[in-house]
Design a protein around this ligand. Structure first.
Ligand code: BES
Ligand code: MN
Ligand code: ZN
Length: 512
């Protein structure tokens, strides 16, 4: 990943391939943001006027490349829009900084080293800019370039490499808080990028067993305890939900437990992730046009895995157990049929009316298993329903919970880290739509409010008295539009930052 350091060097003295400055949108045109004073001086105080003349306004996401004037040790100045200038005495919004840093890093794909002279008023601004730069400097190029890779690819307009080195100017490298802010940002961003890599890896390579192998290897590296249940163990253990979904595939399912413990921990969190490495729909096959991006259906498990590793790397004093419910949902002669009844790990029976409602089946088993350890709270993360995408769009995840205060806390935490989310209800009246004449419950209910129906289904598998929240990230998990801010095309790493922040807050006993 991109290397990031804090430097006391002046903007006019540092050698780099580009120098990034911030520009805000003022009432009368672009305004140069704090941090760029020396750069403005090199432009004879005319940087805002130059940008204005070029049509730049300082709006969010706008990037303008300028040839650097004499007096700077860089060939290029990149002005990045921060959006509306803050009121007097107010500082820039953290998310505005994160997005601007991300947009700048993206605009500099192909360059080696860039210095960022963005406003760094305090440690949280340092975290935001560092995270934004590291998340924006992401590219998934594993499958590009072919034989000619490194040498010819770059010349032929092949994949450009992301920025190799970012230097943040204007921070305080010797200040404890600033140092910690950069270290935290580096860990969080690298784990968000790990989640993105897993999501982007095509499903022929990222099978349940392959994902489990990654978890085992990475877990070892960071001193985590990893246990993998393979298909034999799952069958023997009575995991009817995970087996029922996975049995149509040549690539058998796995349940992975990845546990981090800290000697001073007072609380225990369990994170549960939906890990469908490919969702074809099964016998209730998805029509063409609905399955091209379904490698993203393990985004919940990727987020959980990445968050547990981040918590371990940060050494937080809280115990966190991740559960990855991994299966491939495929149609075949051995696949579960619509009409089959599965016996879940909890003992409950489920009539499968639609094999495409598979996420709740694998999660049901994992939620029951996670509940056995009686954690202080369980949070599951899943690309669970198209209905949630219809309700909240492509950038916002829904939060459901069996505890209003916990749901509110998660909503606030997500907001704090710059992840869009919205609280959703679990209306009890939707439960009867899942009544089955044959089994204890059906895996489908009313079409209206389908995201909430799925949440109600999951709730039945959460242990008595355990605080639980469900994040439906079907919208934001995978980005199909043009990149923006620090969000690339493809896997986004949605929910990783929220889970890490939840662990931090739980560790400090500072949970709303
Ligand atoms: N993985 C899908 C949900 C999804 C949709 C994720 C769009 C990402 C983007 C899930 O397994 C699914 O197929 N859900 C069905 C449930 C229905 C059959 C009750 C859906 O939402 O249509
Ligand atoms: Mn499905
Ligand atoms: Zn699915």
């Amino acid at each position: 990943m991109t290397a990031l350091t804090l430097s006391t060097a002046g903007a006019a003295t540092l050698r780099a391939d580009a120098l990034v400055v911030g520009v805000a949108k003022g009432p009368k045109g672009p305004v140069v943001a704090p941090g760029a004073e020396a750069v403005d001086t090199a432009f004879d105080g005319r940087l805002a006027a130059v940008l204005d003349a070029l049509g730049a306004s300082g709006s969010e996401g706008e990037t303008t490349k300028l040839p650097a004037p004499a007096g700077l040790k860089v060939p290029v100045v990149l002005a990045v829009g921060l959006g509306p200038a803050p009121e007097q005495d107010e500082s820039f919004d953290e998310e505005a900084l994160r997005r601007a840093a991300g947009a700048a890093a993206r605009a500099l794909h192909g360059s080696k080293k860039a210095a960022f002279a963005l406003p760094l008023e305090d440690a949280s601004a340092v975290t935001a800019v560092a995270e934004g730069a590291l998340l924006g400097a992401y590219a998934f190029t594993t499958y590009q370039g072919g034989e000619k890779k490194a040498s010819a690819a770059a010349k032929n307009g092949g994949p450009k490499r992301p920025l190799a080195e970012v230097v943040l100017l204007g921070g305080k490298p010797r200040d404890k808080e600033h140092k910690a802010a950069v270290e935290r940002a580096a860990v969080v961003a690298s784990e968000v990028n790990t989640a993105r890599d897993l999501i982007n890896t095509p499903p022929n390579d990222l099978t349940p067993a392959a994902f489990a192998a990654v978890a085992t290897a990475t877990g070892k590296e960071h001193g985590l305890k990893v246990q993998v249940l393979d298909e034999k163990a799952l069958l023997k253990g009575g995991y009817g939900g995970i087996m029922g979904v996975g049995k149509g595939s040549e690539n058998p399912p796995r349940l992975v437990k990845i546990a981090y413990t800290h000697p001073e921990a007072e609380k225990h969190l369990a994170f549960v992730g939906k890990g469908i490495t490919y969702d074809s729909g099964g016998i209730s096959l998805k029509p063409a046009g609905h399955n091209e991006t379904m490698k993203c259906d393990m985004s919940g498990a990727a987020a959980v895995f990445a968050a547990v590793v981040a918590v371990a790397r940060l050494g937080l004093p809280v115990n966190v157990t991740g559960w990855l419910a991994l299966a491939e949902n495929m149609p075949s002669g051995s696949a579960t049929r619509p009409g089959d009844v599965l016996r879940m790990y909890s003992g409950k029976t489920v009539e499968v009316l639609n094999t495409d409602a598979e996420g709740r089946l694998v999660l049901g088993d994992a939620l029951t298993k996670a509940s056995e350890e009686n954690p202080d709270a369980i949070v599951d993360v899943a690309t669970l329903t198209g209905a949630m995408v219809l309700a909240l769009g492509n950038r916002t995840f829904g939060i459901m919970a069996n505890d209003d205060a916990f749901r509110t806390s998660i909503h606030e935490i997500a907001e704090e880290v710059g992840e869009a989310s919205w609280p959703m209800p679990l209306p009890a009246d939707l439960r009867k739509g899942m009544d089955s004449p044959t089994a204890d419950i059906a895996n489908m209910g009313e079409r209206m409010g389908g995201g909430l129906v799925a949440g109600l289904f999951l709730q039945e598998f959460v242990g008595e008295g355990i605080t639980w929240a469900h994040l439906d990230i079907a919208g934001p998990a995978f980005h199909e539009g043009a990149p923006y801010g620090y969000t690339p095309k493809g896997g986004t790493g949605s929910a990783v930052r929220t889970l890490v922040r939840l662990a931090e807050r739980t560790a400090t006993g500072d949970l709303g």
